[in-house]
Design a protein around this ligand. Structure first.
Ligand code: NAD
Ligand code: UD1
Length: 341
């Protein structure tokens, strides 16, 4: 019998790719999502990729009775907890919305797991917990800085809550760096709602003609070409890291384990490198200008990945060209979908 893994937020960007990888690795994914930041079409994309429609519950994870129903219906072996709000700027504007959904959701997930004696969870954390690091690359033991946004605070607090509950719940905290790209088939990807804040959806929408021009936020930083540096990671590599994390949790019968891993490539790329790679691999120009710095931007951050490679046995395999190719392919597929509706 296949182990069942409950994926909260399983129709979102990272969740949908993880559902596909879980299936391919021999797990049975069970999805819960309230569609607050996703669309039901993601389920169709998943179905086309895996050949069947996985169990899907359209409900809010903060509702104990709804969540309990899923644990009644299925014998769950582990939970991957993606469901949360993730827009940094919005969290500054509406902090209570973020604390309520991200903390309330996590607590209800844990309460339900405890009630049903499920004791393995993977938590979506973020490199945002490090803030502007004194040294790069950052290691998992690099001290956290005070969170710069309520969103960042929910990730720090989420890690703390899980650490405090390690006596009964084994946890893998995955600190993602900058997830981008899409499934190479273009059947699933990220759904940007409204004007994107993040670099890649803004870039692809600009090239598609939806936006006039990409503004590079700052060209005078103390970096190789003056633009900020990030550790971009392909969403498929990230999804595969979750499979490794679940395998490690299920293979560990002893309680009391709380582990944190950086999930990045270990390589930093500047904004201009991203643009150049996009142009080269897709043979298409990106209209852009260098503009003022964006307030709150970290100048440079990338991951030290020795720990995740040695302990989890995971390493990113896809490079920036793969990410740019798949991101553009997804934008083209999205355009087709929108023109058909
Ligand atoms: P996403 O918004 O695409 O996916 C999250 C999904 O959770 C959405 O489908 C949304 O509808 C659902 N959801 C939100 N609140 C819910 C609730 N209360 N009940 C049920 N469903 C709910 O985001 P993503 O990019 O896939 O991110 C997944 C996780 O990874 C989040 O926790 C996010 O904070 C974290 N993360 C994301 C990034 C990134 O750059 N994408 C970086 C670091 C960490
Ligand atoms: C942001 C969040 C981070 C969150 C992540 C994923 C901040 C300060 N950080 O990361 O906490 O986990 O999104 O949601 O908001 N850029 C441009 N022009 C643009 C957009 C971005 O030049 O139009 C640059 C940025 O200055 C940055 C890089 O591109 O150097 C990446 O930006 P972005 O995609 O927004 O991610 P982060 O800022 O790294």
């Amino acid at each position: 019998m296949r182990n069942k893994v409950l994926v909260t937020g399983g129709l979102g960007f990272i969740g949908s790719h993880t559902v596909v990888c879980l299936h391919e690795a021999g797990f049975e994914p069970i999805i819960v999502d309230n569609l607050s930041n996703s669309e039901i079409s993601a389920l169709q994309g998943i179905e086309e990729l895996i050949g069947y429609s996985p169990a899907f519950y359209q409900s809010d994870i903060s509702e104990f009775p709804f969540l309990s129903k899923i644990f009644e219906d299925h014998e769950i072996s582990a939970v991957i907890h993606f469901a949360a709000f993730k827009a940094v700027g919005e969290s500054v504007e509406f902090p209570l919305k973020y604390y309520k959904n991200n903390m309330g959701g996590l607590i209800t997930v844990l309460e339900t797991m405890k009630a049903y004696n499920v004791n393995s969870v993977v938590f979506s954390s973020s490199c945002t917990v490090y803030g502007e690091p004194n040294q790069v690359p950052v290691l998992e033991i690099t001290p956290m800085k005070e969170a710069e946004s309520p969103y960042g605070a929910t990730k720090q607090m989420g890690e703390r809550i899980l650490r405090d509950n390690a006596s009964w719940c084994n946890t893998q905290c995955l600190r993602y760096f900058n997830p981008i790209g899409a499934h190479p088939t273009g059947k699933i990807g990220e759904l940007p709602l409204g004007i994107p804040n993040n670099l890649i959806p803004y870039l692809t929408q600009t090239v598609a003609g939806i936006r006039k021009e990409l503004t590079v936020f700052g060209g005078d930083y103390d970096t190789t070409d003056g633009t900020c540096i990030r550790d971009y990671i392909h969403v498929m590599d990230l999804a595969e890291a979750h499979v490794k994390a679940v395998e490690r949790l299920i293979g560990n019968q002893q309680l009391g384990s709380f582990e944190v891993f950086n999930i990045g490539t270990g390589k930093g790329s500047s904004v201009l490198e991203v643009i150049n790679t996009f142009e080269e691999i897709n043979q298409i120009k990106v209209p852009y200008k260098i503009g003022p710095r964006r307030s709150g931007d970290v100048v440079k951050v990338w991951a030290e990945t020795n720990k995740v490679e040695n302990i989890l046995g995971w390493k990113a395999h896809r490079n920036l060209s793969n990410m740019m190719k798949d991101a553009w392919n997804w934008q083209l597929e999205l355009a087709k979908k929108t023109s058909n509706t």
